[in-house]
Design a protein around this ligand. Structure first.
Ligand SMILES: [Zn+2]
Length: 222
């Protein structure tokens, strides 16, 4: 009897697992009822009756509470933060050679915060409260001094025009909320620069319009 009641041990219930029998008691009808100890991945322990184990949904009170809080990772700036992290720390990112590969770093508070992890939502939150909301879709993250990393005092929202003024030698274009040197994007998109300039001249379009046209054709995310 006890064997069949304990075979449920180890079963996954939401983000928790059944670890042991908490209580066995008699029902008014004379049967036996069981309650179980559960341990959640979040570290929280709690008790559930056998019947409740089979109900759908999140049972851990701690995780249930959290799931009601709107996730910071849905924030419009989260993706921008994420690709900033990836181009500095993930060698598989298409722009890594221009950032992480050149020693560009992000200050620890904007990565993992005090959570001690490499990256965390807390790090994003700290970054967000420093840089503030994006003033417009034309604004991207700009490092004021290119020889320094992403850190307080060196990062701001800037329009492409403002950034281009800072670096006259390089034409900057935007893709997916990020700013890149035009020539770099051409290489990435496998577009011949002679062809690019000829097309821009013939159609009287800007560098940005040219890139937008290519992306609309390929619909590829880089
Ligand atoms: Zn939990």
């Amino acid at each position: 009897m006890l064997k069949s009641r304990t075979s449920i041990l180890g079963r996954k219930v939401g983000s928790a697992k059944v670890v042991s029998v908490a209580e066995v008691f008699s029902t008014p009808k004379g049967g036996l009822a069981y309650k179980y100890n559960l341990l959640c991945a979040c570290g929280h322990s709690f008790v559930l009756s056998r019947a409740a184990l089979y109900l759908p949904g999140e049972h851990c009170p701690n995780c249930y509470k959290k799931s009601k809080v709107p996730s910071l990772s849905n924030h419009p700036i989260f993706k921008i933060w994420e690709s900033m992290v990836r181009r500095c720390y993930s060698p598989s990112h298409s722009m890594y050679h221009l950032y992480g590969g050149r020693g560009v770093t992000i200050c620890p508070e904007w990565l993992g915060g005090s959570a001690g992890k490499k990256t965390s939502v807390e790090g994003f939150s700290t970054f967000l409260s420093y840089i503030g909301e994006r003033p417009s879709p034309r604004h991207t993250i700009d490092r004021v001094d290119n020889s320094r990393g992403y850190e307080p005092g060196n990062v701001r929202w800037a329009t492409f025009a403002e950034q281009a003024k800072n670096r006259r030698s390089t034409v900057l274009v935007s893709m997916g909320g990020e700013t890149y040197p035009f020539a770099t994007l051409l290489r990435k998109l496998n577009v011949n620069s002679g062809h690019a300039y000829k097309t821009m001249k013939a159609k009287s379009i800007s560098h940005q319009e040219f890139i937008d046209g290519i992306l609309a054709t390929h619909k590829e995310s880089l």
